[in-house]
Design a protein around this ligand. Structure first.
Ligand code: GLA
Length: 358
């Protein structure tokens, strides 16, 4: 068959398939020259149609919850790796990379972790000992199975005039030192694994600058760190080509890798750190108009990410399809959101096509 005919035929097949809802091409393959595309999953994703989509479109996975301290260790100090192991095995069986998420976070870590048997907060010395032990065990367990860890999650304050989150037990007990110690212990435990600092709203220049300062100081003092995870819980309004580019360039100027670790684009103008009572409660239908706006926003984001693929080493979606997203119900109870590439029936949305067609 002449080459031109093959070319026209493949365009026809691609378009026809998209019309019937079944994407012709794989997202991971399309982006293989740029960066691995990932998805956050739980045990429930490892059966049924979810697995088909995951294997077809994604080259990297992150456990949405199953490698967090509250899942990894019980209150008797026994490790409960079961679900995390299933996810790690699913990755290796299907030749998918796995990111580890997360070792140190003020959230989803049980209360006992910071306390002695009498229920009193640990001393700084004991807390750091426990941290070193925990990181050592977890990294040892996942050695060779997970290629990168979000070592510390969300330690920087969201208030512009404050550097660190202070209203958390980690800080109450250790001051900011727990952050650098976590990186040091992680490097000691596994010299090969990549170490990331992960946080939200890093398109905000003020917050990004604080992360930059912290990491620069780490580097000057020989504290190991390989990259910054920009979570990427964005909306139709907040992320722009400009603020995204600036933050990626800022972090990369430190010689670090940048990964987008938790990408979704909410259709609501939610704002981080606003109490539920003050959030706008209006519900939106996922109209054609909103679908197009979201597709445009995704196209804008991915244009920047492709342009900066020498700095961006992974882009992971925080969920597979709109039938299962933390954004429905989280900020406003009973409010459904539509932030991902596949709809509630697992069909590709306009956003999917928007990032595939370049
Ligand atoms: C943060 C955490 C994630 C997840 C989301 C909400 O971004 O890093 O692990 O809990 O919140 O789903």
């Amino acid at each position: 068959m002449p080459q031109r005919t093959i070319f026209l035929l493949s365009i026809f097949i691609f378009t026809a398939c998209n019309r019937t809802g079944e994407p012709a091409a794989s997202l991971a393959e399309k982006y293989s020259a740029y960066f691995p595309i990932g998805v956050a999953i739980s045990k429930a994703h490892m059966e049924g149609h979810d697995t088909v989509l995951i294997k077809k479109h994604f080259a990297s996975i992150t456990a949405e919850n199953d490698m967090k301290p509250e899942r990894t260790i019980n209150k008797n100090g026994e490790f409960t790796f079961g679900a995390g192991d299933q996810i790690a095995s699913f990755a290796s069986e299907n030749d998918i990379m796995a990111r580890g998420h997360t070792l140190v976070w003020y959230n989803q870590t049980d209360e006992w972790f910071y306390r002695d048997s009498m229920g009193n907060l640990l001393s700084k010395e004991k807390m750091l000992e426990r941290l070193e032990w925990y990181i050592g065990e977890v990294l040892d367990h996942y050695r060779g199975k997970v290629y990168a860890w979000d070592v510390v999650n969300e330690a920087i304050a969201y208030e512009p005039d404050k550097m660190f989150r202070e209203d958390i037990d980690w800080f109450r007990i250790c001051g900011p030192e727990y952050i650098e110690k976590a990186f040091v212990y992680a490097r000691e435990a596994d010299p090969e694994v990549k170490l990331f600092y992960n946080d939200y709203n890093l398109i905000d220049p003020v917050k990004a600058e604080k992360v930059y300062k912290m990491v620069k100081d780490f580097q000057e003092r020989g504290i190991p760190i390989d990259g910054i995870g920009m979570q990427g819980h964005w909306t139709l309004e907040d992320v722009t080509a400009e603020n995204l580019s600036k933050s990626i360039d800022l972090f990369a100027s430190l010689g670090l890798e940048v990964q987008i670790t938790e990408l979704d684009v909410s259709i609501y103008p939610f704002y981080h750190n606003i109490a539920e009572e003050y959030l706008p409660k209006e519900k939106r239908a996922f109209t054609d108009e909103i679908e197009q706006m979201q597709a445009k926003k995704y196209a804008e984001i991915f244009r920047v990410l492709r342009e900066k693929s020498d700095k961006v080493t992974n882009v992971t979606f925080w969920g597979l399809a709109d039938n299962n997203t933390w954004l429905s119900n989280y900020f406003v109870k009973g409010r459904t959101d539509y932030p991902l590439l596949f709809d509630t029936e697992y069909q590709p949305k306009s956003a999917f096509e928007a990032i595939m067609n370049f």
